[in-house]
Design a protein around this ligand. Sequence first.
Ligand code: RIB
Ligand code: CA
Length: 316
Amino acid sequence: MSRPKPPRKIIIDTDPGQDDAVAILLALASPEEIEVLGITAVAGNVPLALTEANARRVVELSGRPARVFAGCDRPMHRALVTAEHVHGKTGLDGADLPVPRLALEPQHGVDFIVETLMREPPGTVTLCPLGPLTNIATAFRRAPEIAARVQEIVLMGGAYFEVGNITPAAEFNIYVDPEAAEIVLKSGCRVVMVPLDATHKALTSRDWIARMRALETPVGRAVAGWTDFFERFDVAKYGSEGGPLHDPCVIAWLLAPGLFSGREINVEIETGSELTLGMTVADWWRVTDRPANALFLREVDRDGLFALLTERLARL
Ligand code: RIB
Ligand code: CA
């Protein structure tokens, strides 16, 4: 009888954000497969003071242990662009969570990323960025030697067929800090990109939200409230049935990669043109000889994804 695989060690880098919150809950609900070494907050959907407090609120809601660190409060070279129009003023509108009792870790999130990658054996830590890539890129700049020690980077960001959601050309996480995204994609790390092409198929439904509410747990009520609030933006904009659960797709890929499919392709980031800033130029049709640097996901089994989410969130 083969011994069960040890859980995959991950660092979640995040800008909660309702979808980030569901991703964090999914990871913390899956300790047999995932060991969350730490959660580093970054400025993105809302400013850092809110994303770090929101991350602590979500950890507390989960009832599972995790450490939260505050990282960078602005992009590497640009002013911060936020998304209150999508996530609300608090970043977690839709559910009213108490001020967290869980203390913020005193160490800066970037230092935590560097220290963890230097301490853990090479190739044993996966980075899971769910927001702008500022913390990850800053860590790579501060300690270039850590890139070779990363097992892989599984990130939510970018788009090709789905083009942009914050501008006509760019997806939000990449747009907020395009220089950081360029550093990450040129780092030589194994990168799995979960772009809008996949996440726009990960749509909530009224039935699923009702199923969350029917759990009659604090987690079920919060997830129902968040997704109720969060979907209104996409339903109004795209006329879609529900809201796309972008970030949980990153954790779902770790748990059940068979739910997704994509291609190993080259992806470059536009950092020069104001018109197309942050565009992920994905060579899906391999029309260039640029080497593949990412597994770019395009398809997701929506039913399988929501069945996994339901089963796991019901555990909390
Ligand atoms: O474009 C979607 C991404 O931007 C998601 O990660 C969402 O949380 C926001 O950060
Ligand atoms: Ca996010």
